[in-house]
Design a protein around this ligand. Structure first.
Ligand code: S3P
Length: 454
């Protein structure tokens, strides 16, 4: 035990954000959006030839998608423009795709690593392919529910079997001969919706998916941009039919990731005197919770230079620090528009003048970790006042967080990055279990945070 804590202490030096109780200033480009990047890579299976994607996310999750797509016969090469050391480096990824009919069966396992989006969306693609595909992931992914995708795919005619635990990876899908179906989903999951639509593009008849309410609609926006035919009604139901011809290879630019920007938005809001500009951030209507809640908490957040890029709304986000945020309530339909941002919002809540109440958020228990449990544990560890419930929590804000304590991550990237922000906000920085997992979505997070700290 003693040796372990010594090791943790020595790691903690490099794992500590430059300084505590300071402010953030300057401007950065956050890396490319992870959700858009996964789709930009995967949708190339419906084209034949060379597509070019600029600003692809450097996330390890997107590398997992590329690794799996390689098993199916796609190939990738990289060009980089701009200064590779700066936040504005714009990688250009060339995707070489053999087209849907050229995809091959791989005798190798498709390892989705930590990525729920990779395993679920690719399950939708592989459900339509006339061969067996084997999927697995890391320890965290092996705990995540897959029946929500595989069950409806089976209703379309795909066959699958779990290799170890019922409902969890690893599993095998035997695809082909799909029939279109109409699905009304209980969970507003863009991942499940997308998987079914990707299968629907390979099924006979029509496939429709209705979510209970709005979630991120990157899939539909990219379908529109790439010329993949679909219909969407006023209730948000999306319908596709079998694709009869390949789409043309494409050029696409990925906007910055609002889920990555969220960490700086909260840090700058809580540090009075801060003034930062987060450039070129995707502002999909299904992902605006972080902005809307901070506004409700009376943060000084605003959008500049709002525009559209490859079908996605994009803006520069200006954030200025205020003396103290107010309380807010996040519940019901709003959760889906910021499901990944609740851990960092919990920190904002811990310092607010009032309470942050979160309900209807039981989905957070099925993410890369049980995020509700970890939020409660970590906020408690740094001296915050939190009550955990089955589907959420209530935090009573304080003027100051004493800090110290041990910040657990369970290798969940969003918890690791929240821990680094906690270090900047607490009187005494907590010790973070590890920060390497930040690479799952944002490998250069600490560098970029240090750029903004003045
Ligand atoms: C994602 C959808 C969300 C989100 C995940 C990425 C996507 O999951 O949590 O990080 O790219 O579609 P659910 O749709 O399952 O809530």
């Amino acid at each position: 035990m003693k040796a372990k804590s010594k090791l943790a202490q020595s790691y903690n030096k490099e794992m500590t954000i430059k300084t505590t109780k300071t402010k953030l200033a300057g401007e950065i480009f956050v890396p490319g959006d992870k959700s858009v990047s996964h789709r930009a890579l995967m949708f190339a299976v419906f084209s034949q030839g060379k597509s070019r994607v600029t600003g692809l996310s450097p996330a390890q999750d997107c590398q997992s998608t590329m690794d799996c797509l390689r098993q199916l016969g796609l190939d990738f090469s990289l060009e980089t423009t701009g200064n590779t050391g700066s936040t504005h480096a714009q990688p250009v990824t060339i995707i070489h795709s053999p087209g849907l009919s050229g995809l091959k069966s791989s005798d190798k396992l498709m390892d989705a690593g930590n990525s729920g989006t990779t395993i679920r969306l690719l399950s939708g693609i592989c459900a339509g392919l006339p061969f067996e595909s084997r999927f697995d992931g890391d320890e965290s992914l092996r705990k995540r529910p897959m029946a929500r995708v595989l069950q409806p795919l089976a209703e379309m005619g795909a066959k699958f079997r779990y290799e170890k635990e019922e409902g969890k990876p690893p599993f095998i899908i035997a695809g082909g001969n799909l029939q279109g179906r109409d699905f009304v989903l209980k969970v507003a999951s863009a991942q499940v919706e997308t998987a079914l639509l990707l299968a629907g593009l390979q099924a006979s008849g029509r496939t429709s998916v209705q979510l209970p309410h709005i979630a991120r609609d990157h899939t539909q926006r990219m379908f529109q941009y790439l010329g993949l035919p679909f219909e969407r009604d006023a209730q948000g139901k999306t319908t596709v039919a079998r694709l009869t011809a390949s789409i043309a290879p494409y050029e696409l630019t990925v906007p910055g990731d609002i889920s990555s920007a969220a960490f700086f938005m909260v840090a700058a809001s809580c540090l009075e005197g801060s003034n930062i500009l987060l450039k070129n951030v995707g502002f999909n209507p299904g992902r605006t919770l972080i902005f809307d809640v901070l506004k409700e908490m009376q943060a000084d957040v605003s959008l500049e230079n709002v525009r559209e890029q490859c079908g996605e709304p994009v803006a520069d986000i200006r954030v200025k620090g205020v003396k103290r945020l107010k309380g807010a309530t996040i519940s019901g339909e709003k959760i889906a528009s910021g499901v990944d941002e609740i851990p960092i919002l919990a920190l904002a809540g811990s310092l607010c003048d009032g309470q942050l109440k979160v309900t209807d958020a039981s989905e957070l228990r099925h993410k890369e970790s049980d995020r509700l449990a970890l939020i409660a544990q970590n906020i408690g560890a740094i001296g915050g006042l939190i009550q955990e419930f089955d589907d959420g929590f209530i935090i009573t804000g304080q003027e100051q967080l004493k800090g110290g304590g041990h910040w657990q991550t369970k290798l969940d990237h969003r918890l690791a990055m929240s821990g680094l922000v906690a270090q900047a906000l607490c009187k005494s920085p907590p010790e973070i279990e590890e920060i390497a997992s930040a690479g799952i979505s944002y490998p250069q997070f600490k560098r970029d945070f240090d750029i903004l700290v003045t």
